[in-house]
Every structure is written in C-alpha cells, then in structure tokens.
Design a protein around this ligand. Structure first.
Ligand SMILES: Cc1cc2nc3c(=O)[nH]c(=O)nc-3n(C[C@H](O)[C@H](O)[C@H](O)COP(=O)(O)O)c2cc1C
Length: 237
C-alpha cells in the first residue's frame, strides 16, 4: 500500500485523554504548520489564521470556559446515530449512540436533557491536550462568486486534513472540537485570546499523545456505494 494511502486510512479521531505532561515539540508543530501552509484554498485565498495555544495558564483559562449542549445539536446528532454495531456496519455512515450519555440519544428525553444539563467546562473536551490549534477565518470575505462561501469552507476543510495527516504521520493524536465555535464559547475564547471581531472560529484541533487507544468502530461506505461510472446510477468501475 502506498505510504500516503496508509496514512489516510490510519488517521482517526483520537477521542481519548492525552498525556498532559508530554509536550508537542516545536519542530513537530512546525511540520504541522508547514502542512497548513501548503493547503489548497479556493483562489489561493488562504482564508485562515491559526492560534497555537500551548501556554498552560492560557489552556487552563480556556478549560474554565463553559459550554452548553444545544437541542439543535442533540436532535440532528440523533439522526446520525446507530444503536448497535450491526446497525452501524449495515448503514456504513454515522457513529454509535453509545458514544453519548443515554439521555442525549433518546428523542423523547432530549428537551428535558437540555433543560437539566449543567454547563460543562471545556477542560472536559480538552482532556489533557498540551496544544490547541484554533483555526479562525475572516467571515467578511468569500471566494469569488461562491454563494454562502462554500468554497471558503471547503478550503478550511482542506486545511484540517493537511494538518491531520501530518499529525498522523508524526504519531501525534488529533481530535477536532467544533464546540469552540458555539456562539457563547466563541465569544469568550475570542475575548481571552484577543481575536478581532471580524474573525470566526472554524474549529479547534486538540493535539497530543493519547494515553490509550481510541476504541470505536469506524465505518465507511464502499467505493461502489458512492461512485457512478460515466452516468449517475451506473455502479462499479
Ligand atoms: C468539519 C468536521 C467537524 C468535526 N467536529 C467534531 C467534533 O466536534 N467532535 C468530534 O469528536 N469529532 C468531530 N469531527 C470528527 C468526525 O466525527 C470524524 O472524522 C468522523 O466521525 C470519522 O471518524 P474518524 O475521524 O475516526 O475517521 C469532525 C470532523 C469534521 C470533518
């Protein structure tokens, strides 16, 4: 198998605690940022800035910011869930409901769960990560003639993948945290880090060395499930 395909297949969301005492070395961080630098972006607009946070005092302050689960998230999350390994293997998309507290995955209990939920400090999401990469973009700009800036968002995704593959190849765990973009959390982080108003947080990568293996079932559709040969609907290649 080619090296690049192996790295692509082995990359995964390292949704486990990281060793807080093991720093990501500057030289490795620079390689991840070099991969970021060479990201393809629409019109080469390079529509991102990355805030590297590895100062323990700043990490602690971020960790104290509280996030609240939203009903919108829970309802839309539910649509992507499977409730057994067999169901997930059959569907080949989505994730297992067992990754979430039981009251989050029962549609009849979601409204109540949201009302009762206590705000959680981000430290529970950061889980020992010694380095965060907070990716921000200029929400006033857009790729030329790209409605809703879809090309700009795709570009931010390319950035994510470039950094993720580089981290993977260096043996560094990476986990995407979308929670930093939730309006109330974003506001507090921007204030703390002095981020100008016109920038928005796209996502945060938590980096580090996992303390254990990420044990969850990863599924993908087969090539013939998403490939159409010369005409939509013609399967097989
Ligand atoms: C744009 C984007 C946002 C994501 N946000 C989160 C997130 O907030 N929390 C999380 O645990 N995973 C997040 N993920 C990771 C996906 O859930 C994950 O890539 C997918 O389930 C496939 O699993 P794998 O990364 O292990 O292959 C995100 C991924 C992408 C591309």
């Amino acid at each position: 198998m080619s090296e690049i395909l192996k790295t692509i297949q082995e990359r995964q969301s390292a949704r486990v605690s990281y060793d807080a005492s093991r720093q990501v070395h500057k030289e490795d961080l620079l390689k991840i940022l070099e991969a970021a630098k060479w990201t393809p972006t629409a019109h080469n607009m390079q529509n991102f800035d990355i805030i590297v946070v590895d100062d323990k005092a700043v990490l602690d302050k971020i960790g104290n910011i509280k996030s609240r689960i939203s009903e919108e998230f829970l309802r839309e999350n539910y649509e992507q869930l499977s409730f057994s390994k067999e169901e997930l293997l059959r569907k080949k998309t989505g994730i297992l409901g067992s990754m979430f507290p039981p009251e989050w995955v029962d549609p009849a209990k979601i409204s109540e769960a949201v009302k009762k939920a206590t705000p959680m400090p981000l430290t529970q999401s950061i889980r020992g990560s010694p380095t965060l990469l907070i990716v921000v973009y200029d929400s006033r700009k857009r790729a030329p003639a790209s409605h809703g800036d879809v090309l700009g968002f795709i570009s931010l995704g390319c950035l994510m993948e470039n950094m993720w593959l580089m981290a993977q190849s260096l043996g560094i765990g990476l986990h995407i945290l979308s929670a930093f973009s939730a309006p109330s959390v974003e506001m507090e982080i921007k204030k703390l880090l002095g981020v100008p108003d016109y920038l928005k947080i796209a996502y945060t990568c938590r980096l580090g060395y996992p303390t254990g293996a990420s044990k969850y079932l990863r599924v993908r559709r087969d090539i013939e499930d998403f490939t159409h040969y010369n005409k939509f609907g013609n399967r097989g290649i």
